[in-house]
Design a binder for this molecule. Structure first.
Ligand code: NAD
Length: 318
């Protein structure tokens, strides 16, 4: 298979490129490094079957030669990034998705959109099944991401229904692992960075809000299964086990072997109270569920952060 991965130099994208190469596929990684570094794929640059294209997908996406699969990941993804890059985020979800779908249509390739649990906004239904339409504030600060992804989903379904593209939607819930940016503002990198620097771990609100945390290798496995399936989705991919932010902070403090304190700070606007996927569809249609214990994933992530800290590649936390 020859696969195009937009956003392939990002956190999830770099693991996906690695896995595709490992399975013997050709990979064209397209990225403008808006929220990532070329270092994420530096170790792949000498691979004969890997090509890196420094390009903005919102400006068009032409790839010479055959293409069998288009994985569309390009978008700022963490709240810190999309709040800093609101218009770029809207453009990546709209024009970027449009160009990626056009490429799939022109090449007769399968297409996978990496949508998000944020399509459900601040959900009123727990856990969230794919049939739930969500509770999104269309004019709140986070809408630049939520609504861009929802538009991307609508566009993907339109190409599936009206252009005959074998297009699919995966709704990704919180994913973590090595190569997350240390300063991306999400809870896990923030907490690990603070713990390793010996600073207080800052938990927002009273820390009772929950997230479900899926290890990146499991997520990549789910994305590949989704691409290979005959279903268009959307299908939720994530860990159905909920963890409160306070529990997570305590876990990270213990695993990083630092005796730092945990302090509570105000919560940002529109920050969802709970998010937990109903993964019945993923289990039934894809035979998929997360296999990696969160504790193992956290250990791997802390080890990666320690190594980057030692090599000086460690940016300041928020
Ligand atoms: P990331 O920021 O590490 O990766 C996104 C990549 O897209 C980056 O390399 C960035 O430079 C690139 N990019 C952004 N705009 C671009 C553009 N216009 N042209 C080309 N490249 C562009 O984020 P991630 O966590 O790896 O997320 C990957 C995808 O998965 C995103 O679409 C995100 O919305 C989705 N997702 C991630 C999570 C998560 O927990 N990590 C949860 C839900 C959905």
């Amino acid at each position: 298979m020859r696969a195009v991965v937009t956003g392939g130099a990002g956190f999830i994208g770099s693991h996906l490129c690695e896995r595709l190469l490992h399975e013997g596929h050709d990979v064209v990684c397209v990225d403008n490094f808006a929220t990532s570094s070329v270092d994420n794929v530096g170790h792949l640059s000498s691979e004969r079957h890997f090509r890196l294209e420094h390009r903005d997908v919102t400006q068009g996406l032409e790839v010479p030669g055959p293409v069998d699969a288009v994985f569309h990941l390009a978008s700022p993804a963490s709240p810190a990034d999309y709040l800093r890059l609101p218009l770029e985020t809207l453009r990546a979800g709209s024009a970027g998705t449009w160009h990626a779908l056009d490429l799939a249509a022109a090449k007769g390739a399968r297409f996978l959109l990496t949508s998000t649990s944020e399509s459900y906004g601040d959900p009123l239904v727990h856990p969230q099944p794919e049939s739930y339409w969500g509770n999104v504030n269309p004019v709140g600060p986070r809408s630049v991401y939520d609504e861009a992804k929802r538009f991307g989903e609508a566009l993907t379904m339109a190409y599936r229904r009206h252009r005959g593209v074998d297009a699919k939607i995966a709704r990704i819930f919180n994913t973590f692992g090595p190569r997350m940016r240390t300063d991306d503002g999400r809870a896990i990198p923030t907490f690990i960075g603070q713990a390793l620097r010996g600073e207080p771990i800052t938990v927002t609100g009273d820390g009772s809000q929950t997230r479900s945390l899926c290890y990146v290798e499991d997520m990549v496995d789910g994305l590949l299964r989704m691409l290979a399936s005959d279903h268009g989705g959307p299908v939720n991919l994530g860990n159905p086990h909920e963890v409160s932010m306070l529990e997570l902070a305590e876990w990270i403090r213990k695993l990083s072997r630092k005796s730092t304190e945990i302090t509570l700070i105000p919560r940002p606007q529109d920050d969802p109270e709970r998010r937990r996927p109903d993964i019945t569809m993923a289990r039934e249609l894809l035979g998929w569920e997360p296999m990696t214990p969160v504790e193992h994933g956290l250990r791997e992530t802390i080890t990666d952060f320690r190594l980057r800290l030692a090599s000086g590649d460690f940016t300041e936390g928020r």
